[in-house]
Design a protein around this ligand. Structure first.
Ligand code: ZN
Length: 501
């Protein structure tokens, strides 16, 4: 037992408590807080945030961390404690490398830039946002420079914040594979998919019934209502206070049946991950998901790999039809499955289907890479963006709002984040393939028995939290590190079967 770690524990517990309080306010702000609350509550949140920073970054914690990083001390630590020390070291490196006044200036600047972005998007004028984007990139380059070790590129420092296993080399290999195999497939599928009539999806669907059915879906895939709640928000998200309090939201639209259903399955996937984290590590620095990409792999595993399959819907499709008999009585299961898997090149990432989604990510990744190696002028970005959409998707945005200005991420300085979405889907496919070798996945889904699937994910992935990284988890589950081949094969087989290509 490490005496030094014992001294560190209560200090970390205190920052965890402050962080939890902050999260609860954020949840409240996005779900139930009254409209006028924000300006006043922000004072409370500001103080909590300051206290949180002070509880993390101070001489006591710094000294203990330094000591715990020594070889001699490491010998006395358990695997979990070592992982906690490693995480704490990363947090210190991130926070301490940037002078506090620069960090504050950046945060103030991005909150202005985000509003400018929203306005520019509304007015459809990229030039109004461009100067802000330029300055944010300068900030991020400078910050990355403080932390870049060896010959690591600034963009790689940013990528590493989201998933340390995926640097430029790994992502280039992954995306080259997707480009060469999926772009031609998308064109082929789109032609066939045109004939699928999906008008049923846009009829009127009673919102109360949607809520009831979505609640059923969450429970069906394994969301535990004793440890979690569902609320409504403008954009669906998941927030965990700890593994016994995981909250998700959904958004309901009267004229879109699919939207809320697949969002709830997606968020349930995130929630199940958090609920399954071991009691021994929840409320510690390793008590969350392994990485952004890994988290996204679990939500997409449930949403796409399972949730868009015929076997999944076989036992429950009648229930959906009986909920909306007038709208769905003439839509048989095969038609519905084709409908939820309809694919075509598209302009808007958040509305993209499973097949074109990754191409949206590749375009953003390629542009970010260019931005951080000074290969493109900020003024030129809309042109570059549109050219890439034309090249990869065969369509060109007609406005900046449906082009370069569509995502909020850059206005917050979140560069290097987009690849996580693509990594998530690809990792999900790899995991599914390996599980399918070990257990009769189709049969379980067809019987409506998702328990063995959830138990496997819990034992091999979820319960370990962030003690292991993405590749270590994949080694454990599949006996090999990340391999994009599974993802490409999954998409090819799925769409070839659906559309008899
Ligand atoms: Zn997600």
């Amino acid at each position: 037992m490490s005496k030094t770690f014992e001294k560190l524990q209560p200090l970390l517990d205190k920052s965890m408590a402050l962080q939890t309080a902050r999260s609860l306010f954020e949840w409240d702000d996005q779900t139930t807080a009254p409209f006028e609350a924000a300006d006043y509550t922000s004072k409370v949140v500001g103080i909590l945030s300051d206290e949180y920073m002070k509880s993390m970054i101070n001489d006591d914690v710094r000294k203990l961390l330094k000591k715990l990083q020594e070889d001699k001390e490491q010998e006395d630590l358990t695997e979990t404690q070592k992982a906690i020390v490693r995480e704490l070291g990363k947090t210190y490196e991130q926070l301490e490398s940037i002078p506090p006044e620069e960090y504050r200036a950046f945060n103030e600047y991005t909150s202005i830039a985000n509003r400018k972005w929203a306005k520019a998007k509304k007015d459809n004028k990229y030039e109004d946002f461009a100067p802000y984007l330029k300055k944010i990139i300068e900030f991020k380059k400078k910050f990355a420079g403080y932390r870049a070790k060896g010959n690591k590129k600034p963009y790689e420092v940013l990528l590493g914040d989201y998933d340390e296993c995926f640097m430029i080399k790994e992502l280039d290999t992954f995306f080259d594979k997707v480009k060469s195999d999926i772009i031609p497939l998308l064109k082929e599928v789109a032609k066939k998919a045109e004939t699928v009539d999906k008008s049923y999806n846009y009829l009127s669907y009673d919102i109360d019934k949607q809520k009831e059915f979505c609640k059923f879906l969450a429970g069906y895939v394994g969301f535990d209502f004793n440890r979690g709640v569902i609320a409504e928000s403008a954009h669906p998200f998941t927030m965990q206070l700890h593994n016994h309090d995981v909250r998700i939201t959904d958004r309901y639209m009267e004229n879109n049946l699919e939207s809320a259903m697949f969002s709830i399955i997606h968020e349930s996937g995130h929630a199940i991950y958090e609920m399954n984290i071991d009691d021994a590590i929840t409320q510690t620095l390793v008590g969350g998901g392994a990485s952004m990409g890994m988290h996204e792999s679990q939500s997409r595993f449930y949403e796409n790999l399972i949730g868009r399959s015929k076997d999944f819907w076989e036992p429950i499709y009648d229930k959906l039809v009986n909920t909306y008999p007038d709208n769905l009585k003439d839509i048989n299961l095969d038609h519905f499955i084709k409908g939820i898997n309809k694919a075509a090149p598209s302009l808007i990432r958040t509305e993209a289907d499973e097949l074109s989604y990754c191409i949206h990510i590749i375009i953003r990744y390629e542009i970010e890479k260019m931005l951080f190696s000074d290969e493109v002028d900020i003024e030129e970005l809309p042109k570059v963006w549109n050219q890439k959409y034309e090249e990869y998707m065969g369509i060109t945005p007609t406005t900046d709002a449906e082009g370069i200005l569509q995502d909020t991420h850059w206005s917050y300085g979140e560069f290097g984040y987009f690849p996580s979405y693509a990594i998530g889907t690809a990792v999900a496919s790899q995991i599914y393939f390996c599980m399918d070798e070990l257990m009769p996945m189709d049969q379980y889904l067809n019987e409506g028995n998702l328990i063995p699937i959830r138990d496997f994910l819990r034992d091999y992935i979820h319960k370990h939290g962030a003690v292991r990284n993405t590749n270590q988890i994949l080694m454990e589950v599949c006996g090999e590190e990340f391999n994009a081949e599974y993802y490409v094969t999954y998409l090819k087989e799925k769409y070839k079967n659906l559309y008899s290509l």
